[in-house]
Design a protein around this ligand. Structure first.
Ligand code: CA
Length: 624
């Protein structure tokens, strides 16, 4: 990666080529100039390009470009004289290569060489993730350490310290690249990594949700080229890459903090003010403006400055930063962090602005709300009374996550046990598109399923069977395939390292030999479920039909023109024999149901026998 930095000490006209830059802050101290984006492309859908030009008193300098196809539209200044926001128009006939940006201040002249690259063919129409996919979520610092040389980097506050999970562990992009075949074997088709951007904060840097440089992959995770290599390796194994987009906050260590581009770049308060974290303020028809203001303008965390995306210069800056990575690393989809903590109209416009460049790109939003009605509000196409459209094609079912963690611990009752699944899916009328609801049993912010079911293998497998067969598409959190342990109610406790990801680990749970018997049972089970789902559209977008639970057994079907799958969930401790008469409307054309895991056929007309605490997934068919 190269960043443009030129020295202003020269009092004569001189041309500087891009060279690796040590840090943007040194640009100020060294009286240099920083330009972002670090480069751009020709033939983007949007011909406008904002260049943030940063240097001591740069605002006074005149800017001129005399190149065919490239013109200066506007030089926008802020209350900080160290910034120019230069808006260019890149016409369709603009050629790829370097061009000169001439800066002039009296007799002083400077030239910046800026690069436009050719786009990769068809990059605007890359296939995105959808309900067809099985998504895997990785927190890269915790997954696998493929390169011990980058565990600690000079100039970076934190290096690896494996004695404490609050510190970095050393996992990286190389580690993910090495495990791509493992993921493909498991049945994964899309990979969502938590952010990879530079996060040089003094503490808690490992999660990378606080960017300190939007144009640089954190060197402790890898290089900018490594990100592309990850993407291409994944593509070769049929896996699409999803980027984690964080519009709400940056890192406290971002160089902006010491020289704000504008007074309103961040949401500023006289004293530290946190968000009220009450996202109900958006959907509540009785909400006060004060509560909404506190929700969006209050900070998510003290060490992460709250970005004011309503500042149009920041809006364009951040929009371009994520377009940069989508183009640069051949990204197929987006996950948006803490969506409702932004002003909603601005967040929606932000997502749409990126999708203008990538119209087929699906976006899944983290809208961590407590009811199906509220989740549905955030799915694009929902018939919201206020006309709001989030531009998020996909939303995360946080409510189902709760049910998947609690139902198998409960006795069956009118409103307990599997009745919770039944009533949950009965509320699906609120969604614009249930196929694009993302399901999960755990993620990096919540207790692991292993905690919720106290490592009960039967209950654990029941949750995985439900996760992969109900409407929507599944997201698997790294380690869930081996029932990775955790600590309840503790961020670090949700983020243990994957056994075998480190050279000095006692065992390698990426291999069957390195897994315990329980871990292999769960891994093999999930692998079969995921691969079946991957190969069978009936579980991707087949119609779902559910029956009211009776005697502690919940039954639902998925069907399309080719296939019908019957899922039987026995939440009793004891074996049950399911009388199938009640399911005639779905069973009448079939004689048997073949267990997709064991390949055992079950005769349907005599009733289906099912062990206690078991989910049977049956593909319906006929005796030959
Ligand atoms: Ca490393």
């Amino acid at each position: 990666m190269k960043k443009l930095t030129i020295t202003l000490a020269f009092l004569f006209s001189i041309t500087f080529f891009a060279y690796p830059q040590k840090s943007p802050l040194q640009g100020v101290r060294g009286q240099g100039i920083t330009v972002e984006p670090t480069f751009w492309w020709t033939n983007m859908h949007n011909p406008a390009l904002q260049l943030m030009i940063y240097g001591k008193n740069i605002a006074k300098w005149d800017v001129n470009i005399d190149v065919p196809g490239i013109s200066v539209v506007e030089k926008k200044l802020t209350d900080n004289p160290n910034y120019i926001f230069l808006y260019l128009n890149i016409a369709k006939d603009a050629k790829a290569g370097y061009f000169n940006i001439e800066l002039k201040n009296g007799r002083n002249k400077q030239t910046i060489q800026y690069e436009l690259k050719n786009r990769v063919p068809n990059s605007a129409n890359r296939e995105s993730f959808s309900e067809k996919d099985n998504v895997y979520l990785i927190m890269p610092d915790r997954f696998a350490n493929g390169n011990q040389m980058n565990d600690s980097i000079k100039g970076y506050f934190q290096g690896a310290n494996r004695s404490d999970l609050a510190f970095r562990q050393g996992g990286d992009i190389e580690g993910m690249i090495q495990k791509i075949p493992y993921l493909a074997d498991l049945g994964i088709t899309a990979l969502w990594t938590t952010p990879l951007l530079d996060n040089n904060d003094t503490q808690y840097s490992y999660h990378h949700y606080g960017a300190t440089d939007y144009y640089k992959i954190d060197p402790r995770l890898g290089t900018n080229d490594d990100y592309l290599r990850l993407s291409r390796t994944a593509q070769q194994h049929g896996i699409k890459l999803i980027i984690d987009v964080v519009p709400n906050h940056c890192g406290g260590g971002h160089w902006w903090v010491k020289d704000l581009p504008a007074k309103d770049w961040f949401n500023v308060w006289d004293t530290y003010t946190s968000s009220n974290y009450r996202m109900t303020a958006w959907t509540d028809p009785h909400a006060s403006e004060a509560d909404r203001y506190r929700l969006t303008h209050g900070w998510f965390a003290p060490n992460m400055p709250d970005l004011n995306l309503s500042n149009p210069l920041l809006f364009d800056y951040l929009k371009q930063a994520y377009i940069f990575w989508i183009e640069r690393a051949e990204i197929a989809g987006m996950r948006v962090d803490t969506y409702p903590y932004n002003d909603l109209k601005t967040a929606s416009a932000f997502i749409q602005a990126i999708r203008d460049e990538y119209p087929r790109m699906n976006v899944v939003g983290e809208c961590w709300v407590k009811t199906p009605a509220e989740i549905a509000y955030y799915q694009s196409g929902n018939n919201n009374k206020d006309g709001f459209d989030s531009r998020l094609q996909s939303v995360m079912d946080f409510v189902l996550k709760d049910k998947l963690q609690e139902v198998f611990n409960e006795k069956e009752g009118w409103e307990t046990g599997t009745a919770k699944f039944y009533s949950h899916f009965a509320q699906d009328f609120v969604y614009a598109n249930t196929n694009l609801v993302m399901n999960f049993v755990d993620n990096h912010d919540i207790d692991r399923l292993s905690i919720a079911v106290k490592n009960d293998v039967k209950k654990y497998k029941m949750a995985l069977a439900m996760l992969t067969t109900v409407r929507g598409y599944p997201q698997i959190y790294y380690g869930t395939e081996i029932m990775l342990e955790g600590i309840p109610g503790d961020y670090q406790g949700h983020r243990f390292t994957f056994p075998g990801g480190w050279a000095d680990d006692k065992r390698d749970a990426f291999t069957a030999d390195g897994r315990t018997a329980d871990e292999n049972e769960i891994f093999d089970y999930l692998k079969k479920l995921l691969n079946y789902r991957k190969d069978n559209p009936v579980l991707q977008n087949g119609k779902m039909t559910q029956f009211i639970p009776e005697n502690g057994v919940y039954v639902f079907f998925r069907n399309n023109d080719e296939k019908t799958v019957m899922v039987v969930c026995n939440n009793n401790d004891e074996k049950a024999v399911l009388d199938t008469k009640r399911f005639h409307e779905r069973l009448r054309d079939y004689e048997i149901g073949v267990d997709i895991i064991s390949r055992t056929p079950h005769e349907l007309k005599d009733g289906v026998e099912i062990e206690g605490k078991t989910v049977l997934v049956l593909e319906l068919g006929h005796w030959l």
